[in-house]
Design a protein around this ligand. Sequence first.
Ligand SMILES: Nc1ncnc2c1ncn2[C@@H]1O[C@H](COP(=O)(O)OP(=O)(O)OP(=O)(O)O)[C@@H](O)[C@H]1O
Length: 473
Amino acid sequence: MKLENICIEANQSVFNEPLLTIDNWSIGGQSWGIVGRNDSGKALVFELLQQNLRFSGCVSGVPSAIATVSFGEQEALVARELKNDESDLLDEFDPGTLVIELLHETGAPSEQCLALAEQFALTDLLQQGFRTLSTGETRKLMLARALLSQPQVILLEDPFEGLDVQARHDISELLERLAVQGIQLLLMVDRPSDLPAWLPSIAVFAGGQLVASGQASEVQQSSHWLTLNLSEAPNEPPPVSETATTLAADEPVFELRRGRVSYGANVVFNGLDWAIQQGEHWRVIGPNGSGKSTLLKLICGDHPQCYSNDIRQFGIQRGNGESIWDIKRHIGMVSSELQLNYRVRVTVLTVVLSGYFDSIGVYRHVNQHHKTHALAWLKWFHAEHLAKKLFHQLSYGEQRLILVIRALVKSPLLLILDEPLQGLDEANAQLVLTAVNRIIESGSSQLLYVSHREEPGLHCDCRTLQLPINVAN
Ligand SMILES: Nc1ncnc2c1ncn2[C@@H]1O[C@H](COP(=O)(O)OP(=O)(O)OP(=O)(O)O)[C@@H](O)[C@H]1O
């Protein structure tokens, strides 16, 4: 493959800088790592190779059998599933297309589907609906579908995000074997540390240009682009509001007694006794599918089994007539599910403002104080230039950053960050960690942090809850 004299223009205004220019990139037939900041233009390379947008210049030698594993593909599948959602007709939750059907859709023979399901630890989930899968399970399914389509080239956007340590290792090994067998992989990551060591070549994007490309070892040694651009956190503290807790001194922030969530015979957790006391910060860890997001949904009041559990939080015993908003007003939350569900057509500023009201979109009067404060947060994250843009037009990483800001604006009593750095480049990831560290120092929020990665930049004395927990009755 070869790209020559490429220019992709921004379509809003002739005065805009081009979104991406590439003078000459001989991709050849080998595999590449592609790296760059969230706004570097690197994601457009995938669009270009699939001829999904208008460009000038020459793209040659692109094989016809290309498979893509990206957040965009995942969103498209989620949208398709939503369209087919029959929950209203059935008057019960529609779990969506079965995993086995999604594998068969690729046209691959049944035995191949089953063999790949085995390889991706999906065998136990074959009869489960797409909408019930955990984040990591969904990522594995997307990869399996891509492989079953017999591609010559696979475009992979952040393929390791959301995977547990074992799955990361297994899938990296699998991709390496595929590359050796001659399937060409273009593997895009936001953080240079995520580039697998076995990739023979690396291309670096910055400011809408291809700035370095070649043999991995040479680019890594010579390219200052891989370490540069760690924008400094602002000197001034983030605009944290003071929140006074109204809880009695011995009241836990959250308490679950003998917690149990199950789907038919499938028990996610059982006998889980756990409390977040005032002043405590927690990390919840565990492999894909171990129940981390399920637990967070119990805390946020978003899980149907909230009421069959013994939960006390923010001074309220659940099930005593409280409204969901009585719970949510104490919580600021980021998760992949929230990002997938934030589908209204609104500006970035509106998304940030919706953090004050715990809503998707804003349906209440917004006062000037809220606006000024939201803009101060955007400014702190060097993101004020995004304020008037439409949220759904941002890159995946930019969207994640905006949702983190949305969770922070009201300085919630409980700050729940479920993989907050997914899709963020190194600079934005460090900014988020700095903000979280400072919020914790200020004592305004208690942190509940979920991630498969160790983040040395998070300076927090966290207690750890390890899932799964399944204590027999
Ligand atoms: N409606 C449902 N029916 C059957 N199983 C379900 C349903 N909803 C969730 N599950 C299963 O419950 C398990 C726990 O899911 P959860 O999202 O809590 O895992 P997780 O620990 O957050 O995983 P990840 O690290 O991949 O995000 C998963 O195996 C998932 O497939």
